[in-house]
Design a protein around this ligand. Structure first.
Ligand code: ADP
Ligand code: GN1
Ligand code: MG
Length: 379
């Protein structure tokens, strides 16, 4: 389990927090959240009177994001663009987008004495993040938030964005990487995953569908979030509304359906991403319906008929792609996604493949639901 790197000592956290232009006196910092990539901490600061103020500190995973300066330039540009949109629409810019805290020398990134890169955000209070929807309404709230996020970014100049991870949702390239990992089999693990490899191989051709449509100009490139897990949206603790889309590292040009599809992959599942009892894992049509409603209400009128028609395929492909990414990481020795126990990436792969299988069984119903909301919101 080489990929757990959340620990930090007091001396280093003092060094890092001192570098940023925060208010008040540091009380302490603790690991926070369930992200698979960066190391997130919440730091508490005590004013002379009243409650603590909190900030989020993140150690950027530079094996994943090779250029932290370009990464933060993207986030700076996207959040200031969103801030203006929110103000124009009469929203609250302090709660509805991330606010970067700069270092004392006015930079968005700090390199610590060990060579790691850090950033800081205001902690958005009175919000919750969910690992699973507690009610269909939670999932609906996330759909509205992600749909609005995409709608707002429709006017953002994509040429300003650095590609933070090349070929991020190029499922065809992801499949090629997976095949190379089987071939190399550096951990000697391929022998344990023959059924999973067979499952993936049977669907190899499908990995090229969306990339092919993009290349032929049948689907347009838009500015998308690309990592629309339920835990990447902050829900208002009091109203339950989705108020702030976070984790903006992968905002890049992509397909609208990547955002829709990745949300379905994670949030419409009836179990956790790493559930070991596969009988608990299905794609809930109720959750699929409610997410599709929220997404179509907010972003649907901006989508082409082809984009809408392909939404079920995007849900299936984002799930399939994530499954092969987890399996690739398992074969390569668990170096990409954080793991907390042996075999966790394999368990994650299995839930994704179970969801793909279940979507195949529910294909007609998924298409009918998408058509229902297309008729409702785009005609
Ligand atoms: P990762 O890239 O590792 O997934 P995230 O940026 O998603 O990291 O952050 C991990 C978790 O930290 C989120 O799921 C959320 O619970 C919490 N979080 C991140 N930023 C904020 C913020 N500005 N305010 C409140 N909570 C936050
Ligand atoms: C990672 O950072 P986090 O935990 O929100 C990953 C996503 C995967 C997801 C699977 C940069 O997301 O692509 O879909 O895990 N992010 C990156 O849970 O690779
Ligand atoms: Mg995240």
């Amino acid at each position: 389990m080489s990929s757990v790197h959340q620990g930090i000592d007091n001396k280093l956290i003092r060094e890092v927090t001192n570098a940023f232009d925060t208010k008040y006196t540091l009380v302490g910092a603790l690991p926070y959240g369930n992200g698979h990539i960066n190391d997130t901490f919440v730091a508490h600061y005590q004013p002379e009177e009243g409650h603590c103020k909190r900030y989020i500190f993140q150690r950027i995973n530079t094996s994943v994001f090779k250029n932290p300066y370009q990464l933060m330039e993207n986030i700076q540009n996207v959040t200031s663009y969103l801030r203006n949109c929110i103000i124009k629409e009469g929203g609250d810019p302090e709660r509805e987008t991330l606010h970067i805290i700069q270092t004392h020398d006015k930079k968005a990134v700090y390199q610590d004495s060990e060579g790691s890169f850090w950033r800081a955000y205001d902690f958005i209070e009175e919000t919750v993040t969910l690992q699973q929807a507690k009610t269909p309404e939670d999932f609906y709230a996330s759909a509205v938030a992600f749909g609005n996020f995409q709608r707002k970014l429709a006017g953002f100049d994509a040429s300003k964005l650095h590609e933070s991870i090349k070929n991020f949702h190029n499922t065809k390239v992801r499949f090629e990487t997976f095949e190379k990992a089987i071939e190399a089999d550096i951990m000697d693990r391929a022998q344990y995953v023959a059924p999973e490899i067979k499952f993936a191989m049977k669907r190899k051709e499908q990995a090229s569908i969306l990339v092919g449509m993009l290349e032929r100009g049948e689907l347009p490139l838009r500015v998308t979030h690309n990592d629309t897990k339920l835990n990447n949206v902050l829900l208002d603790e009091n109203t339950g509304k989705g108020i702030c889309v976070i984790d903006l590292d992968t905002v890049m040009p992509g397909l609208a359906g990547y955002d829709y599809g990745d949300s379905i992959r994670f949030g419409a599942s009836t179990g956790a991403e790493d559930e070991t009892d596969l009988s608990k894992i299905n794609m809930s049509l109720e959750l699929f319906d409610i997410y599709t409603k929220g997404f179509m209400e907010t972003a649907g009128s901006a989508l082409t008929a082809k984009e809408i028609e392909m939404l079920p395929m995007c849900a299936k492909m984002m799930t399939f792609e994530c499954g092969i990414r987890f399996l690739t990481d398992y074969l390569q020795g668990d170096t990409y996604f954080k793991t907390h126990r042996p075999g966790q990436n394999l368990d994650r792969c299995r839930t994704q493949f179970k969801l793909v299988y279940d979507m195949e069984q529910k294909w007609d119903a998924m298409q009918k639901i998408v058509k229902k909301y297309q008729d409702m919101y785009t005609k």
